[in-house]
Ligand binder design. Structure first.
Ligand code: ADE
Ligand code: ZN
Ligand code: ZN
Length: 296
């Protein structure tokens, strides 16, 4: 399924990685959220995920979780689906007010995309879905966007494009605030605390899921009124964190060093954990076998 699309896309991967910065959580962030999710999947969900993934993924969802960033310019319509920005300096999010692309098309934003791709995947057994949707792409988009909506600056202010136009120094490197939150905090953490080994960082986050945050974790995956998916509270959390931690003390031209890094890293690690736990909860609900749902 989608074989040609993927081959084409992979050619773009190499090219785009050369010419673009990384968009969304960087490759490491998306890999981490999907890896955390994979290990929390039920047997039913694991089987459907494996069935939908292309063979070359070897059943590993995490290896393809950055795919939507890699085809972001190729599938031009998808660019607005990675984020949802709020009016400048408003530290709250409202679906009706905020979920649109820059031309005002409604539902074209990260939370709209999460609703849309979940709905497509819910029809996974229908012949209608099989012929009208590319369910492989739907799985990869959903898995990626659940990660993106947890990156605080993917729910940032419209005027600075979620921190993209806020130029700062990260230690001695000139970059922008958005990139700090997509990549630099994670990269610095890998170097400083995890011997540049992503699997060590993932394991540390997983230990925190079972020990450190264990009182909160059981509720992370819940949705109000038994809905399959509820991205709006995740976006609300993100803009609150963007205001309280990302934008704070990171004015244009500032230099961010240890004080900022060490106080923000726990936020980044918790958001990666929440994204992983919630992605697993969504996929477990969407791909629960019909028998099981009928009995409940
Ligand atoms: N472009 C405009 N706003 C953005 C955001 N919040 N994140 C990523 N890219 C964007
Ligand atoms: Zn993205
Ligand atoms: Zn980004």
């Amino acid at each position: 399924m989608g074989g040609n699309g993927f081959l084409l896309a992979w050619r773009f991967v190499v090219l785009l990685q050369l010419i673009s910065g990384v968009l969304g959580w960087g490759k490491e962030g998306h890999y981490a959220t999907c890896k955390i999710a994979e290990e929390l999947l039920t047997e039913d969900a694991k089987a459907v995920v494996k069935h939908l993934l292309p063979d070359y993924a070897g059943g590993d969802l995490a290896s393809l979780c950055s795919w939507p960033d890699e085809i972001r310019f190729h599938y031009h319509w998808s660019a607005a689906l990675h984020y949802v920005d709020t009016p400048d300096f408003k530290c709250n999010y409202e679906y009706c007010r905020d979920c649109h692309d820059s031309s005002g098309h409604k539902d074209m934003c990260v939370t709209g995309a999460i609703y849309n791709y979940t709905r497509q995947l819910e029809a996974v057994g229908d012949s209608y879905a099989i012929t009208n949707y590319n369910l492989t792409e739907a799985l990869l988009f959903l898995s990626h966007f659940v990660g993106d909506v947890h990156q605080p600056l993917h729910v940032g202010f419209t005027g600075d494009l979620g921190g993209n136009t806020v130029i700062v120094h990260w230690y001695r490197r000139k970059t922008n605030l958005h990139h700090v939150w997509d990549n630099m905090i994670i990269d610095s953490a890998l170097k400083t605390f995890y011997q540049s080994d992503l699997s060590q960082m993932i394991q540390a986050i997983q230990r925190n899921i079972t020990d450190g945050w264990s009182n909160d974790v059981p509720s992370w995956g819940d949705c109000a009124s038994n809905k399959t998916v509820c991205p709006d509270p995740y976006a609300s959390e993100s803009i609150k964190l963007a205001c309280k931690y990302a934008y704070r003390n990171a004015t244009p031209g500032s230099t961010l060093t240890d004080g900022y890094f060490l106080s923000r890293l726990p936020i980044v690690e918790k958001r990666l954990a929440q994204a992983g736990v919630r992605l697993a909860a969504i996929l477990n609900r969407v791909f629960a076998s019909p028998k099981q749902t009928a009995r409940e």
